[in-house]
Design a protein around this ligand. Structure first.
Ligand SMILES: *Cc1c(COP(=O)(O)O)cnc(C)c1O
Length: 402
C-alpha cells in the first residue's frame, strides 16, 4: 500500500511512547478526597450513615430493591453463595475465564465449582454449556460479566428457573452496563460488585450484593455481621435489656467502613463520565483493530449496553509469526504495559490438587493463549489511546504472516 512498514521497538525501532502506560488506574478527584476527609472529621468510621447512603444510591442506580455493601467483592460472592444455601456436597457452575474468587466462593462453602466453557466470540459463559453442566447436586450458577459485557442472563435465568438454581451474577466488571435496558444489578437473583482500585468505581477495597428478594437480603445482612441480630423478631430468647443481641447464624465480619463508602458514593457521581470515556476508548480500539486480520475483536451481544472494564486484544495466531507472549513483550518494549485476564482458574495448582485438569474447557483454554488486556481507564488521554493503537498496529503489521 506504499507506506513503509514501521519497525517495532522489539525489532530495533523507536517506542510508540516515551513514558510507560499501565493497563488500569483509578481516577480520584478533589470531591473524592473531600468526601473521605469529611468522614474522618465528622462521622463514624464504620457502621455509620454512609453505609445506608451508599446502599440507597446503588439501589437507585441499578433499580435493585436491596443492596448490602461489604468489605470486598470476594466477600460479596461468599455471602451470596451462603444466602443461596450452597453447602457441603453441592455444585456451583461458573466460567474459568475469571478471577479466582468466582469459583473460590463455592469452595468456601464446601461445594465444588464446576466449570462450563465460554462462548468463543463473546468470551462469556455459554448458556448451552451451563445447561449441560447441571446435575442433581447443582445449587447455583455464578455468571461473570467478563470485561463488563453482560453475560447472557435471560437464557441462563431460564435454566436456573427450570432447575431451581440461584443465579448469582459476578458483576465485578459490570457497573454501568445495562442488559436489555436494565442496569445489571437488578436482573439476577443476586449481583455482586467490587470496588477494587482497578475496577471502574473504587473505594480502595469494597463490595456489594444487590437483590430484589427480601429473604435473601435479610440473610445477607446476617452474614455480613457475624450472624448477629438486634431485631427482636428474629430472636429466640426474650431480650435481657437494651444491650441485648443474639447470634442466630454463623456469619463474618464483612463490613465496609464509612471511609470506603464515602469514597464510593463520590466516585458514583462520576460513573456517567467514566462510562462515556470508557465507551469512547473501546470504540477507538475496536475501529482500529477491526481492520487488522491479525487481530480479533470481542463480539458484543445486542442485549448488552456495555461499560467495559477491560479491553481484550485477541491475536489470530495463524496470521502472525509471533505468539501472545512475544506480542506482549513487544508491547512492553513500546512502553505499553499490559496484563492478561485471565488464567483459567482450574490451571492453578490448588485446583489441580482438587482433581481438575487441563482440557475441561477448550474455548477458554484457546482464548487464554491469545489474549492481552490493553490499557483502559478514565484518565487516559487521546494521545495515550493513539499511542497504544500505534504500538499494537505496528507490531501486528510487522509480524504479519505472508
Ligand atoms: C475483582 C474481581 C473479584 C473480586 O473482587 P475483590 O473486591 O477484589 O474481592 C471477583 N470477580 C471478578 C471477576 C473480579 O474481577
Amino acid at each position: 500500500m506504499g507506506k513503509p512498514i514501521e519497525k517495532p521497538a522489539a525489532a530495533g525501532g523507536t517506542p510508540a511512547r516515551e513514558s510507560k502506560i499501565y493497563y488500569g488506574h483509578q481516577y480520584i478527584d478533589e470531591a473524592d478526597v473531600q468526601a473521605v476527609v469529611d468522614v474522618l472529621r465528622h462521622h463514624d468510621l464504620t457502621c455509620g450513615p454512609k453505609i445506608k447512603e451508599l446502599e440507597d444510591k446503588l439501589c437507585r442506580l441499578t433499580g435493585a430493591k436491596y443492596a448490602v455493601v461489604c468489605s470486598n467483592g470476594t466477600a460479596a460472592l461468599h455471602m451470596s453463595c451462603l444466602a443461596a444455601g450452597v453447602g457441603e456436597g453441592d455444585e456451583v457452575i461458573t466460567t474459568p475465564i475469571t478471577f479466582a474468587a468466582s469459583a473460590n466462593c463455592a469452595l468456601y462453602c464446601g461445594a465444588r465449582p464446576v466449570f462450563a466453557d465460554i462462548d468463543p466470540e463473546t468470551y462469556n459463559i455459554d448458556p448451552k454449556k451451563v445447561a449441560e453442566a447441571v446435575t442433581a447436586r447443582t445449587k447455583a450458577v455464578v455468571a461473570v460479566d467478563y470485561t463488563g459485557q453482560s453475560a447472557a442472563l435471560d437464557p441462563i435465568r431460564e435454566i436456573c428457573k427450570a432447575r431451581g438454581l440461584t443465579l448469582i451474577e459476578d458483576g465485578a466488571h459490570v457497573i454501568g452496563t445495562k442488559y436489555k435496558g436494565r442496569y445489571n444489578g437488578s436482573v439476577s437473583d443476586m449481583t455482586t460488585f467490587s470496588f477494587h482500585p482497578v475496577k471502574t468505581v473504587t473505594g480502595g477495597e469494597g463490595g456489594a450484593v444487590l437483590t430484589n428478594d427480601e429473604a435473601l437480603y435479610r440473610k445477607l445482612l446476617l452474614y455480613r455481621a457475624h450472624g448477629i441480630t438486634r431485631d427482636a423478631s428474629l430472636m429466640e430468647h426474650e431480650p435481657d435489656g437494651p444491650w441485648y443481641y443474639e447470634q442466630v447464624d454463623l456469619g463474618f465480619n464483612y463490613r465496609m467502613t464509612d471511609i470506603q463508602a464515602a469514597l464510593i458514593i463520590s466516585q458514583l457521581d462520576k460513573l456517567p463520565m467514566f462510562s462515556r470515556r470508557r465507551k469512547e476508548i473501546v470504540s477507538r480500539y475496536d475501529e482500529a483493530f477491526g481492520k487488522l486480520p491479525q487481530l480479533s475483536v470481542q463480539k458484543e451481544i445486542p442485549e448488552s449496553d456495555t461499560t467495559r472494564h477491560l479491553y481484550i486484544l485477541r491475536i489470530v495466531p495463524e496470521k502472525l509469526t509471533i505468539d501472545r507472549r512475544q506480542f506482549f513483550d513487544a508491547l512492553a518494549a513500546e512502553n505499553v504495559c499490559c496484563n492478561v485476564h485471565y488464567i483459567p482458574t482450574y490451571y492453578f495448582p490448588y485446583y489441580e490438587k482438587l482433581g481438575y485438569h487441563r482440557g475441561l474447557c477448550p474455548n477458554a483454554e484457546k482464548l487464554y493463549e491469545e489474549i492481552i488486556s490493553l490499557p483502559l481507564y478514565y484518565a487516559m488521554t487521546d494521545e495515550d489511546v493513539e499511542s497504544v493503537i500505534e504500538a499494537v498496529t505496528k507490531i501486528a503489521v510487522y509480524y504479519a504472516k505472508e
